[in-house]
Write a new protein. Structure first.
Length: 117
Protein backbone atom coordinates (compact mmCIF):
# COMPACT_ATOMS: atom_id res chain seq x y z
CA UNK A 1 0.00 0.00 0.00
CA UNK A 2 1.31 3.42 -0.97
CA UNK A 3 0.39 6.51 0.98
CA UNK A 4 0.41 9.94 -0.67
CA UNK A 5 0.56 13.06 1.47
CA UNK A 6 -0.15 16.43 -0.13
CA UNK A 7 0.86 19.80 1.21
CA UNK A 8 1.07 23.39 0.06
CA UNK A 9 -2.57 24.28 -0.48
CA UNK A 10 -4.17 27.40 0.90
CA UNK A 11 -5.69 30.76 0.08
CA UNK A 12 -4.10 32.92 -2.59
CA UNK A 13 -5.17 36.05 -4.42
CA UNK A 14 -5.91 36.02 -8.15
CA UNK A 15 -2.68 36.24 -10.10
CA UNK A 16 -0.71 34.65 -7.29
CA UNK A 17 1.24 31.40 -7.14
CA UNK A 18 1.26 28.24 -5.07
CA UNK A 19 3.41 25.13 -5.12
CA UNK A 20 1.88 21.84 -4.10
CA UNK A 21 3.95 18.90 -2.93
CA UNK A 22 3.06 15.23 -2.65
CA UNK A 23 5.29 12.81 -0.81
CA UNK A 24 4.90 9.08 -1.45
CA UNK A 25 5.69 6.25 0.95
CA UNK A 26 7.31 3.93 -1.53
CA UNK A 27 10.93 3.29 -2.36
CA UNK A 28 10.04 2.53 -5.97
CA UNK A 29 8.46 5.91 -6.58
CA UNK A 30 10.70 6.47 -9.57
CA UNK A 31 8.87 3.90 -11.70
CA UNK A 32 5.40 5.29 -11.01
CA UNK A 33 3.41 7.64 -13.16
CA UNK A 34 2.36 10.40 -10.80
CA UNK A 35 0.29 13.50 -11.10
CA UNK A 36 -2.44 15.81 -9.94
CA UNK A 37 -6.17 15.95 -10.39
CA UNK A 38 -8.64 18.46 -9.00
CA UNK A 39 -12.27 18.45 -8.04
CA UNK A 40 -14.84 21.11 -7.39
CA UNK A 41 -17.74 20.15 -5.18
CA UNK A 42 -20.53 18.66 -7.26
CA UNK A 43 -18.33 18.13 -10.31
CA UNK A 44 -16.20 15.29 -11.62
CA UNK A 45 -12.56 15.02 -10.76
CA UNK A 46 -10.47 16.31 -13.65
CA UNK A 47 -6.91 15.92 -14.83
CA UNK A 48 -4.46 18.67 -14.02
CA UNK A 49 -1.14 17.10 -15.01
CA UNK A 50 0.79 13.84 -14.95
CA UNK A 51 4.44 12.90 -15.34
CA UNK A 52 5.75 9.47 -16.27
CA UNK A 53 8.80 7.64 -15.03
CA UNK A 54 10.61 8.94 -18.08
CA UNK A 55 9.63 12.54 -17.47
CA UNK A 56 6.92 12.83 -20.11
CA UNK A 57 4.33 15.34 -18.99
CA UNK A 58 0.66 15.71 -19.82
CA UNK A 59 -1.43 18.75 -18.97
CA UNK A 60 -5.04 19.73 -19.20
CA UNK A 61 -5.20 22.00 -22.23
CA UNK A 62 -6.64 24.88 -20.23
CA UNK A 63 -3.74 24.83 -17.79
CA UNK A 64 -0.78 24.68 -20.16
CA UNK A 65 1.58 27.56 -19.61
CA UNK A 66 0.40 28.30 -16.08
CA UNK A 67 0.98 25.02 -14.26
CA UNK A 68 4.18 22.96 -14.19
CA UNK A 69 4.53 19.44 -12.85
CA UNK A 70 7.88 18.04 -11.75
CA UNK A 71 9.23 15.18 -9.69
CA UNK A 72 12.17 14.48 -7.43
CA UNK A 73 12.66 10.74 -7.30
CA UNK A 74 15.32 11.03 -4.60
CA UNK A 75 12.68 12.56 -2.32
CA UNK A 76 9.77 10.41 -3.58
CA UNK A 77 7.94 13.67 -4.25
CA UNK A 78 5.93 15.20 -7.06
CA UNK A 79 5.31 18.93 -7.28
CA UNK A 80 2.81 21.20 -8.96
CA UNK A 81 3.83 24.80 -9.50
CA UNK A 82 0.76 26.93 -10.13
CA UNK A 83 1.17 30.47 -11.46
CA UNK A 84 -1.24 33.20 -12.51
CA UNK A 85 -3.96 31.56 -10.47
CA UNK A 86 -7.58 32.33 -11.24
CA UNK A 87 -10.72 31.98 -9.12
CA UNK A 88 -11.77 29.06 -11.33
CA UNK A 89 -8.67 27.16 -10.17
CA UNK A 90 -10.31 26.88 -6.75
CA UNK A 91 -10.69 23.17 -5.99
CA UNK A 92 -9.43 20.30 -3.92
CA UNK A 93 -6.22 19.05 -5.53
CA UNK A 94 -5.45 15.34 -5.31
CA UNK A 95 -2.16 13.60 -5.80
CA UNK A 96 -2.20 10.43 -7.91
CA UNK A 97 0.21 7.57 -8.41
CA UNK A 98 0.08 4.49 -10.58
CA UNK A 99 2.63 1.71 -10.83
CA UNK A 100 3.45 0.37 -14.28
CA UNK A 101 1.57 -2.63 -15.62
CA UNK A 102 -0.77 -2.88 -12.64
CA UNK A 103 -4.47 -1.91 -12.47
CA UNK A 104 -3.98 0.01 -9.22
CA UNK A 105 -4.25 3.71 -8.50
CA UNK A 106 -3.30 5.50 -5.33
CA UNK A 107 -4.77 8.82 -4.22
CA UNK A 108 -3.89 11.36 -1.59
CA UNK A 109 -6.38 12.89 0.80
CA UNK A 110 -6.50 16.15 -1.13
CA UNK A 111 -5.45 19.70 -0.38
CA UNK A 112 -7.71 22.72 -0.75
CA UNK A 113 -6.65 25.56 -3.03
CA UNK A 114 -8.75 28.70 -2.88
CA UNK A 115 -8.14 31.62 -5.22
CA UNK A 116 -9.97 34.68 -3.99
CA UNK A 117 -9.44 38.32 -3.24
Amino acid sequence: QVRLVESGGGLVQPGGSLKLSCAATTNIFSIYTVGWYRQVSGKQRELVATITRGGTTTYADSLKGRFTISRDNAKNTVYLQMNSLKPEDTAVYYCYAKPPSRPIEYWGQGTQVTVSS
